[in-house]
Ligand binder design. Structure first.
Ligand code: HEM
Length: 214
């Protein structure tokens, strides 16, 4: 190799360490919950405790994934977009597990009882609607799906994540009986994130029409 042409080591980008940090960091609360379950430290009502912890964690992951693009818009950071998919998938699988715990341990796989519950308790209906909305998002989260659908259609479909988040907040709001502070706080964060997206969309639309005007 000619002198001076030796390959220089690639500079470590923020994404290179943020991606594994977010992945392993997201596993921590799930592993801690599993350890509590395996060591019988879930309190007097273990099923309700696991359900609530998984529901809350799923909502946190969902809101965190929805915060990625607004963070890029507001601060110009690139790294949040690199962890958006990981956080979205953590949200989906945590909430799927939340549903499985409900189905297996709360309802003992009695599908008739589940259907009755869905019909009778708006809290369950709304939660299920949120989870169902997340299925097409998880299925189309791959690069291949992005290519197949095209960026525009993919982005339009993935806006459903906001609706899933809003349904998750309503589900939480309907579940709490006395103090609604926490679900309202999640709702407020979601509202701010949506507002950032809306302002950005309006700005880009105005710039496009300004460019199109001769
Ligand atoms: C977008 C989807 C969903 C989100 C974001 C979500 C979130 C939550 C949250 C935040 C809680 C309360 C946690 C706490 O009080 O600390 C919760 C509880 C619960 N969720 Fe969900 N959930 C979702 C879907 C579902 C589905 C599909 C079902 C079942 C059909 C379900 C059944 C329950 C039950 C039974 C509880 C516990 C209620 C209690 O112990 O009183 N959730 N969920």
């Amino acid at each position: 190799m000619a002198p001076g042409t030796a390959a220089r080591p690639r500079r470590l980008k923020t994404q290179d360490w943020v991606r594994p940090a977010v992945y392993y960091g997201s596993l921590v609360p799930l592993v801690l919950l599993a350890v509590r379950a395996l060591t019988d430290r879930l309190g007097a009502n273990p099923i309700a405790e696991v359900l609530n912890q998984l529901g809350l964690l799923g909502l946190v992951f969902l809101v965190a994934s929805l915060a990625c693009t607004p963070l890029k818009i507001a601060f110009g950071w690139k790294w949040p977009v690199a962890v958006r998919r990981t956080l979205g998938l953590f949200a989906f699988f945590t909430l799927l597990f939340h549903f499985v715990v409900y189905l297996v341990f709360d309802q003992q796989l009695d599908l008739a009882a589940v259907l009755r519950d869905v019909g009778e308790r708006p809290f369950i209906t709304v939660g299920l609607a949120g989870l169902v909305l997340m299925v097409p998002l998880a299925v189309t989260s791959t690069r291949g799906s992005l290519k197949r659908l095209g960026a525009r259609r993919w982005q339009r479909l993935h806006r459903l994540a906001y609706l899933a988040g809003a349904l998750g907040v309503v589900h939480y709001l309907l579940r709490v009986k006395a103090d609604a502070t926490e679900p309202l706080a999640y709702g407020a964060v979601l509202g701010v994130l949506f507002l950032v997206r809306l302002v950005d969309w309006a700005r880009r639309r105005a710039a496009r029409s300004a460019r199109a005007t001769p």
